[in-house]
Write a protein that binds this ligand. Structure first.
Ligand code: PMP
Length: 312
């Protein structure tokens, strides 16, 4: 049986005991930054592989720096906490590990300074987020993506995600799977929890970092596979909403969503309305890589179980 574990106030504790007080600053004002790290289960090897842990820890540290959140732990200590939580929890299925750096003071008052900071990690079983085979039906959200002049979009700030949550709920209540958010200037930014890529004339095109995207780790991974293995070229530039309607393919990338084809945008079929060949090839190679089946990409992964995992 798994034993869900958290790293909380400097110790490994049962997840059920990792609780904050209602006055916690981050709970009241969203003053925290977070990450999501995938653990992918390889049943043949009975191994759980965490994906790009160091990259995620680097990004949470950058988010913390932008947000003036203090870091009381070194990069290595944070990586160790993630690995220990995963190992101690003992899952034999796909998981999602969430590190958070947060304002832990139990005090009322809107600010970022003169407050205590803490770091925690928890883990939860996590299957598919979007339908990887059928692909996603998306709508352009009426909620615009938050701008760097309002809340730094390249930082994964917990409070910022109300923007994404409004978009996701609008899309799902309207019968779609996912939202595509436009910037304040009306150009394409990203999904509610994914970066977006379109394929036109054999080239992969995605919005640039200044388009208020989260600089995605899965996006970089997909681009590396695409250039190395499929010989494709990459372009980062402004994308119009109407370009998505005439793209050969569209897909989304993200820790939760992996690499999900987009088959419809605003009820307009993308291509012939089925997952495109480039998205499918990339998806296949990406899955082989993240489950430890491609030696060339083994350096992206951390094996959780050095011994056989504890099982019921
Ligand atoms: N954009 C947003 C808003 C996200 O929440 C995520 C998921 N972290 C992404 C993009 C994709 O980033 P990554 O591939 O690093 O998970």
């Amino acid at each position: 049986m798994p034993t869900p574990t958290a790293f909380f106030r400097g110790n490994l504790v049962p997840l059920a005991e990792a609780n904050v007080n209602v006055m916690t600053h981050a709970f009241n004002y969203g003053t925290a930054v977070f990450e999501g790290i995938r653990g992918n289960w390889n049943a043949d090897e009975q191994q759980l592989y965490l994906f790009k842990v160091a990259e995620h820890i680097r990004r949470i540290r950058q988010s913390a720096k932008i947000m003036r959140l203090g870091l009381n732990y070194s990069e290595q200590e944070m990586i160790d906490a993630v690995m220990q939580v995963a190992e101690r929890s003992g899952y034999t299925e796909d998981v999602y590990v969430r590190p958070i750096v947060y304002k832990s003071s139990e005090v009322v008052g809107v600010r970022m300074h003169d407050l205590q900071d803490d770091f925690l990690v928890f883990i939860t079983p996590f299957g598919a987020y979007l339908d990887l085979d059928k692909g996603a039906r998306c709508m352009t959200s009426s909620w615009r993506r938050v701008d760097d002049t309002s809340i730094p979009a390249r930082a994964k700030v917990t409070g910022l995600y109300v923007n994404n949550a409004l978009a996701k709920t609008e899309a799902q209540l309207a019968g779609f799977d996912e939202a595509i958010m436009l910037n304040q200037d009306g150009h394409v930014s990203e999904g509610s929890g994914e970066n977006i890529v379109m394929v036109r004339n054999g080239k992969l095109i995605s919005p640039a970092p200044q388009d208020n995207i989260l600089e995605g780790i899965t996006l970089e991974t997909a681009f590396e596979i695409a250039t190395k293995e499929l010989g494709l070229t990459i372009e980062r530039r402004t994308i119009d909403r109407s370009e998505l309607y005439i793209a050969d393919e569209v897909f989304m990338t993200g820790t939760a969503a992996h690499l999900t084809p987009v088959v419809e945008v605003d009820r307009v079929p993308v291509g012939d309305g089925r997952p495109g060949p480039i998205a499918k090839q990339l998806q296949e190679r990406y899955f082989a890589a993240i489950t430890g089946r491609v030696p060339e990409y083994r350096h992206w992964l951390q094996a959780v179980y050095t011994r056989e995992p504890v099982r019921a």
